[in-house]
Design a protein around this ligand. Sequence first.
Ligand SMILES: NC(=O)c1ccc[n+]([C@@H]2O[C@H](COP(=O)([O-])OP(=O)(O)OC[C@H]3O[C@@H](n4cnc5c(N)ncnc54)[C@H](O)[C@@H]3O)[C@@H](O)[C@H]2O)c1
Length: 389
Amino acid sequence: MSENIRLGIVGLGNMGKAHRQYLLDGKINGLELTAVCSNATSLPEAREGEAQFTDVGEMIDSGKIDAIHICTPHPSHREIGIRALEADLHVLMEKPLAVHKSDCQALIDAHEKTGRKRVFSAMFNMRTDPHYKTLKRLIDDGETGAVRRIHWSVTDWFRTEYYYAMGGWRATWKGEGGGVLLNQCPHNLDLFQWLFGMPDQVTGFCNFGRYHQVEVEDDATLYFRYADGKNATFITSTGEAPGVNRLEVVTERGLLTVNDGFIRWTRNEVAMSEFSDSATAGFSKPPTWSVKIPVAGHGGNHIEILQNFTDAIRDGAELISPAEEGIHSIELANAALLSAWEGKTIDLPMDAEKYAAILAEKANSSTFQKKQIEASTASADDFANSFKH
Ligand SMILES: NC(=O)c1ccc[n+]([C@@H]2O[C@H](COP(=O)([O-])OP(=O)(O)OC[C@H]3O[C@@H](n4cnc5c(N)ncnc54)[C@H](O)[C@@H]3O)[C@@H](O)[C@H]2O)c1
């Protein structure tokens, strides 16, 4: 076993503070916090062995870190990520990988240029959730048979006006570059493509500032069409309380739902196409068994990704969420917004440069004045607790 990896965290807001606390509490084996960087007016009380910086370039060049965790607002992910990769650091990106596909590609190219020598990972912590891991195993092992249709209503991302007013960057085209699809849903859209692959076409129906005083989307319905003809719908919002989180997957071997802490499988005894082809009565259906698959907890979440990042650096462990894969959730989100703006279906792969240009134009021409309060005053514990479902 090699020496501890020396980590620097950049950005000490909600997420950065929570990650710092995991490290100070000794929750990650082999990962040591040796530096932090924040451009906010106040830095936390320094701990022994923790260098503090206000300029990320200085932290990157300090020789005090082997790896960096980028916890700044997403518009800065591209620049800081490339700078760190070029300095030969291992890089863990917060989600989303970047604001748009073109920036994601620039990050991936920078990693390629270094010969992929360093570990490049992304914080898609929901991939550690045993509900989705079990579902993926059932699909990938062929137990469910082919997937025929998918519907995911994930409207339990409720956020208040206070949330949007925290941190000047949130929920404007210039500051954040998107709304619920870019901030909350990279997790779900990442799971969508991880479980079911990428569609060929995306249509987006978005409401901008429907529930909040924001100029970006806070309510969206997406339609995906896949090469094999399957259809999928994805509904999300930050304005509905209590909201719902229900994933339905129609397969040859029946209906699987992920909801309320369980996977329920209404399992067809005979694959549905096979039954339809061989049935001798018009209104019959395959007999079913109802199976409730118990799933314990919600996985290791952030801590598991941090541990996996460390193990990948020290021992070559396979990454749970390679950063390169972060481009897919962004392409789905970007395509949905482009579709909503242009009122038409977008074919994938989308035109990334065109999207980047339209977004820049929206950012530059916006006159929107958003409500603003001091950056987050929530404690690291409050924020970390919000992940304990
Ligand atoms: N994986 C998850 O579950 C999860 C959860 C929340 C947020 N995030 C992601 O983390 C990132 C940050 O979100 P947040 O909610 O913590 O935001 P935040 O506004 O609370 O904190 C961002 C911090 O970064 C600092 N900062 C900005 N630019 C900087 C720079 N160039 N150098 C140094 N410091 C800089 C700001 O001063 C601020 O303190 C976002 O990309 C967000 O999507 C991920």
